[in-house]
Design a protein around this ligand. Structure first.
Ligand SMILES: Nc1ncnc2c1ncn2[C@@H]1O[C@H](COP(=O)(O)OP(=O)(O)OP(=O)(O)O)[C@@H](O)[C@H]1O
Ligand SMILES: [Mg+2]
Length: 396
């Protein structure tokens, strides 16, 4: 069996290089299992850094002692609507409930418009009258959360809420969710909240002010070379195979500490090998295709959506190297000022190509986009791009 898995959100054979994050997860679980409120945790980072994997690991470690409520924010839907969709299944999944809990649930759910619900395992049946069309968003989200907590408590489990892609969450749902978690910390059934999102999650979270300042927040970085080697080697050894030293070095150099690349290139080399050992030949034979696949998915396709003016902006940002850069620096290199290019920034953010990790700065959402654009500069330098560059510099 291939011990690598490049699928989004797949739990890797070993979560390497995330010790501080794993310590925070274990500490939160230790606290909540002891009945005391844990500090909410937040993982941010570029695409493919392992954010979803950490949320998964948290749920895995919590195991059957938790009622897990996994939410993923979408730009097109409120968190309240997402929870509504899975609410019945979640409540069903709680299992046997004492009759007392059934009655408590009934009281809570009376607030939820238009839901009729058969309690699991004969704990009772709830038929609720609809309370009119104008269903209150706030009340229904708060009610669903409250109901899940009552059910979790009745089943002697604690509640874990994970919110993935939190940068896309609607502020209104988030406010209710965060307040619910915060208030639970004052009672005897605290709730564990863990979130993950792209670097611009802070834009939405800053609007929640005080609550969020106390979260344990981690920005995921690329793995170091030693960690990359471990992330490649550990799964291979665990699968009772080996890898030649040169082959390992080649895979590590190519992956450059990026978790998605580690999984993709590791997986491709694994598929190629015969016998017990992965050889340098296996790696060299498998790399070109794997690299092409990554480039297509991470750079070619997303960047193809750029207009000439966006391309110009992206090329200028790429020249500044990896990491976040002031928008003023991008503007200067184009011979203009920040306000002149702020509308281009907005459309690039909307197209998910760049993010605004903090006010005034911009960063590519996918690691190594800068490197890719520098290497393929000519392909992006069209006539339209050049003429837009001349126009911008003349105006600026
Ligand atoms: N610490 C790690 N070591 C090795 N592989 C990892 C590590 N963390 C995650 N991975 C692997 O990297 C890939 C990407 O992980 P994941 O989907 O969790 O990233 P993400 O940050 O949630 O990405 P996105 O922003 O696209 O949602 C997965 O194949 C996962 O198994
Ligand atoms: Mg993810």
């Amino acid at each position: 069996m291939n011990p690598f898995n490049p699928a989004p959100g797949a739990l890797p054979a070993a979560i390497v290089g995330r010790e501080p994050e794993l310590i925070a997860i274990r500490e939160a679980l230790r606290r909540i299992k002891g009945g005391s409120p844990p500090v909410p945790v937040l993982f941010t980072g570029q695409r493919g850094m392992g954010k979803t994997a950490l949320l998964q690991e948290l749920r895995r470690l919590a195991g059957s002692s938790t009622l897990a409520v996994p939410l993923e924010a979408l730009r097109s839907q409120s968190l309240a609507a997402s929870l509504r969709e899975k609410f019945d299944t979640l409540l069903d999944g709680v299992g046997n409930l004492p009759a007392k809990t059934g009655r408590a649930l009934e009281r809570v759910l009376k607030d939820l418009p238009k839901i009729s619900y058969e309690l699991p395992h004969g704990a009772g049946s709830i038929a609720l009258q609809g309370s009119g069309e104008e269903e209150s968003h706030d009340r229904s989200l708060a009610t669903m959360l409250q109901a899940l907590r009552v059910a979790a408590g009745g089943a002697k489990r604690f509640m874990t809420i994970t919110v993935d892609e939190i940068q896309d969450a609607d502020l209104r749902s988030l406010e209710i969710l965060v307040r619910f978690v915060h208030e639970s910390a004052q009672g005897d059934e605290p709730v564990l909240l863990a979130s993950a999102g792209l670097n611009d999650s802070h834009v939405v979270l800053e609007q929640l002010r005080t609550y969020v300042q106390r979260w344990a927040s981690f920005e995921l970085r690329l793995l170091t070379q030693a960690e990359t080697i471990e992330a490649l080697l550990a799964p291979i050894l665990e699968a009772d195979a080996t890898i030649e030293e040169e082959a390992l070095q080649r895979l590590a150099a190519e992956s450059a500490g990026y978790p998605v690349f580690i999984q993709t290139y590791g997986s491709a080399a694994w598929e190629r090998h015969r016998g017990r050992a992965i050889t340098l030949g296996d790696v060299e034979a498998s790399l070109p295709e794997a690299r092409a696949r990554c480039e297509l998915a991470f750079y070619v396709r997303p960047l193809a959506r750029m207009s000439p003016r966006e391309t110009l902006f992206a090329l200028a940002l790429a020249e500044l190297g990896p990491g976040a850069h002031p928008i003023g620096a991008v503007a200067r290199s184009l011979g203009t000022d920040a306000p002149s290019i702020s509308s281009i920034r907005t459309t690039l953010v909307r197209k998910s190509i760049i993010a605004v990790p903090m006010s005034g700065k911009v960063e590519f959402r996918i690691p190594f986009t800068d490197r890719y654009l520098r290497a393929h500069r000519e392909e992006y330098e069209s006539e339209d791009v050049s003429s837009y560059r001349r126009r911008l510099a003349a105006d600026g």
